[in-house]
Design a protein around this ligand. Structure first.
Ligand SMILES: *Cc1c(COP(=O)(O)O)cnc(C)c1O
Length: 355
């Protein structure tokens, strides 16, 4: 059983913004709930965490993170179920992944139990901020950054770990038009592609902007060495339904280990759909699209869950995919996933943690 509020000091806001916020009309990532959790790492140890009113931070302009991007983050959601209870979806997976990212970025490990207690306590306190309805949830953003006042290149001695949360509604509702990127790379062998570190995203902005200027919502990233194998779709993992088989690139160190990806694979297998995790070549996808054997394609991630791909461009060719209404496999998986998260389906996997 999770015991809350024992180690975590709570300074409640005396001016909640909840009653002046319209939870039915919110833009993704722009509205933040009343509280945040802050915990500092100093003198080789984590100091006691505090939940305090959401607000600005004071930091030195020489803080290491501002110069060399020693920073990592996570993203997960809390859902309100029909009976009013609050469910976190697979928080343990995010905790494990954040510590994996921390190791790669030379940052301290966060004690798992404390991390989980931080999540449940913060979400419990701001539960009134969780919107209800289709696609609605509380998006939770834990992150950690190097706080030393020093501009030499080295791992910081001090860090801040913070959790903020935002109420969100559906995200990426429209099916997206994507382009297979064969010039720029998101990740490369031996790099940081498998971690959620800030630099990965900064490096993707320019190629994504070029893609947007050319009329595409997202890029399909390919491997950094040959550009012949598909890796991810924007900031999501990617799945293809070719001839009724669900195919996704295998995790090889350059691909983010998505919790949604893993959940989709488990559900699809249990629903009896064949799933293949392996190298997926651009050639295979393009050939399947040309021969109309590419039944559907979608991105998978916490923010949007399943982001349908409407069309795929490769070089001068653009392939239009079947209408979203015909995509039974993706729809079925999405329904099961959502049902588990919101508590209307039996959570046979033990994925949900009640707050
Ligand atoms: C976060 C992320 C994903 C999806 O991970 P989830 O755990 O499913 O949210 C996929 N790819 C990249 C690059 C990401 O940053």
């Amino acid at each position: 059983m999770i015991t809350t509020g024992q180690k975590i000091a709570i300074q409640r806001t005396d001016s909640s913004r909840l009653s002046s916020t319209n939870l039915n009309d919110i833009k993704f990532g722009r509205v933040f709930s009343d509280h945040m959790l802050v915990m500092d790492y100093q003198d080789g140890a984590w100091q006691p965490p505090t939940i305090m009113p959401f607000g600005d931070l004071h930091m030195s302009p020489a803080a290491l993170v501002l110069h060399y991007s020693q920073t990592i983050f996570e993203g997960l959601k809390a859902y309100k179920s029909a009976d009013g209870s609050v469910n976190l979806f697979r928080p343990q997976a995010n905790i494990t992944r954040m510590n994996h990212s921390a190791k790669r970025l030379c940052m301290p490990q966060i004690p798992e139990e404390l991390f989980l207690e931080a999540l449940t306590t913060l979400v419990g306190l701001d539960r009134g901020w969780i919107p209800e309805g289709d696609g609605a949830a509380l998006y939770i953003r834990p992150f950690m950054f190097a706080s030393d006042e020093y501009i030499g290149v080295k791992p910081s001695d001090g860090y801040r770990f913070i959790i903020i949360t935002c109420p969100v509604r559906g995200y990426y509702n429209e099916p997206v038009r994507v382009k297979i990127e064969t010039t720029y790379s998101r990740a490369f062998p031996g790099g940081t592609g498998e971690t959620k570190c800030g630099g990965n995203y900064a490096g993707g902005l320019y190629p994504a902007k070029l893609g947007q200027d050319a009329g595409y919502h997202q890029l399909i990233w390919t491997d950094g060495l040959t550009h012949q194998y598909i890796e991810e779709s924007g900031t999501m993992n990617v799945f293809f339904n070719i001839d009724g088989k669900l195919i996704t690139p295998a995790l090889d160190g350059t691909i983010l280990r998505g919790v949604t990806r893993d959940s989709i694979i488990r559900i699809a297998k249990d629903e009896g759909f064949p799933v293949e995790e392996r190298k997926v070549s651009v050639e295979e996808v393009v050939t399947a699209a040309r021969e109309k054997r590419l039944i559907s394609a979608f991105g998978a991630g916490t923010a949007a869950t399943i982001a349908h791909i409407a069309s795929i461009a490769h070089g001068d060719e653009v392939f239009e995919l079947p209408a979203v209404g015909e995509r039974k496999l993706a729809e079925r998986i999405g329904t099961v996933l959502d049902g588990i998260r919101r508590g209307h389906l039996n959570d046979k996997y033990g994925w949900v943690v009640r707050v």
